[in-house]
Write a protein that binds this ligand. Sequence first.
Ligand SMILES: [Zn+2]
Length: 293
Amino acid sequence: MSDIIIRGQSIDGTIRVFVAITTDLVNDAQKTHNSFPIATAALGRTLTIAAIMGQNLKNEKDSVTIQFRGDGPLGNIVAVTDSKSEVRGYAVNPFVELPLNKKGKLDVGKAVGKGELAVIYDLDLKEPYCGRVPIVTGEIAEDMTYYFAKSDQIPTAIGLGVLVGTDNKAISAGGYMIQLMPGASEEVAGTIEDKVRNAPPITEMLEKGMSAEDILFFLTDGFDMMIQNQTVEPKYKCKCSQKRMRDAVISIGKEELKRIIDEDGKCEVECQFCDNRYTFDKDELLKMYELAK
Ligand SMILES: [Zn+2]
């Protein structure tokens, strides 16, 4: 099954639902970073919710960045999406190994640790807006649910899952987000809560061969749903380039650039999102020095 994001809403306008299948995308991230299973699961879940959130962006240049700044061994986890749900991300330490948790699952919560979850909206023409909440469990879905309730004040149910095989590749990955719209009753909230609580993990539904639509209708059974015709294919895609990296190096300032020119005579920068390397030789650095502040 190839990657897809679909969205639907109830005819009475009380709920809005997104379902994403992201197996290929998560495998592209895994291949890029050579990550071990815990990092693949943690980053895969974060990339999946980022891809879903991308569908709420209006302008082409809008972006959302999700940062888990936990004190666990994975270090920071970062995922960025644009309005086309083209995502990129990394975990600082992708080679973490931990014993399975009490449920026999990858211990993502422990690997992420305690700390802060920041969500940064960079919307066209406006100063970036950043919402921050404490990390609740580090399991990603619970934290994002808490974020939406606290920071955005939108009651939201989120399920995210990445099933990793013995070859370190994702067997299946996906997620869903159900949001209550203004005016939704307590009863609707209760119904959705029950459904999500009793639903099997999304990876299990995918393993059974359920399509994104099957999952959407399963989660909203009892509601009259409309599915939007337009479907989206989320992708793992870095946006770095020689020019972007050059601008980033220039932004470190004259003083620091002078130190690099004097001490090293060249500069090599690696993109954290795709591990591409960019080198700048002395001539280039001198030109960049002129442009720096
Ligand atoms: Zn890159």
